[in-house]
Design a protein around this ligand. Sequence first.
Ligand SMILES: CSCCC(=O)C(=O)COP(=O)(O)O
Ligand code: MG
Length: 248
Amino acid sequence: MTQLPYRAVLLDIEGTTTPVTFVYDVLFPYARERVAEFLKNNLENPEVQRDLELLREQAQEDAAGDFPTAPQIPTDAAADALVEAAVANIHWQMDADRKTTALKSLQGKIWKDGYAAGTLVASVYPDVFNALRRWQELEIPAYIYSSGSIAAQKLLFGHTEEGDLRPQLAGYFDTTTGPKKNAQSYLDIAHLIHQAPEDVVFVTDNLDEAIAAADAGMKTRVALRPGNAPLPDHDHTTLTTFDALFED
Ligand SMILES: CSCCC(=O)C(=O)COP(=O)(O)O
Ligand SMILES: [Mg+2]
C-alpha cells in the first residue's frame, strides 16, 4: 500500500480545489444580484434574521475599527429600509472581498436555490476528483477549511460537474472555528479531527494561511492554479496538481 507522509488532508477551496473564476465570476455575482430579493422574501426566516444580526454586529465592529465608513444596519427600520441598508452593507463587503462569517453565511443561503435548480454547478479541478477517490481508498480522511460557510461548502461539493463529492469528504470547517490566518485555528482543527498537526497536510493558495498552518505544525502545500494571485517569495512547497500529494 502507498505510504504517504501524512494521515489527513485539509483543503482550502477557492484557488485550491476550485478555480477562482468559478468563485468570482459565477458564485459571487449570483449572490450579489439576488441578495435584495432574497432578503425581501426571507426577512421573517429566523436564520436570515440571525444573519442580519451578525451583519449588524460586524458593521458596528468595522465602523469602530478599520472601516469607519462601513454601511450600518439599523435595528428599528421598516422592512424596505432594513433590506436597503443590509444590501448596501453586503455589496460593500463584497466589493472589498471580505471573508466575514456574517457575509459568508448569507451568501451560502442565496446559493442554495441556484444549486437546487441546476443553475449553479460547481467547478472542481479534475485532479481533485482523483485525489479524493485515492484518499478514500487509502483511508486518509480529507477535510475542507474555507472562508465559505460550512453550508456553502456542502452545497459546492454536493453539486459538482462530477456529481456529489460529499461521500469522499470527512468533514468541513469554516471561520466559526477561527480565522484562516490564525495558527490557533489549525491547532483547533487538528484537535477536532484527532490528529497531530504534523500528520496533517494543509493545501491552500493563500500564503498567509499556509504560514499560519505551518506555525501550528502542519505540513503545507501552496497551490499554484491558473488565475491565482501571484505570491511573494516563500519557502513552502508548491503544487500545480493534487497528483503531487501522492509523490512525496
Ligand atoms: C463554498 S465557499 C465559496 C467560496 C467563498 O465564498 C470563499 O470565500 C472562498 O474562500 P477560501 O477560504 O476557500 O479561499
Ligand atoms: Mg483560497
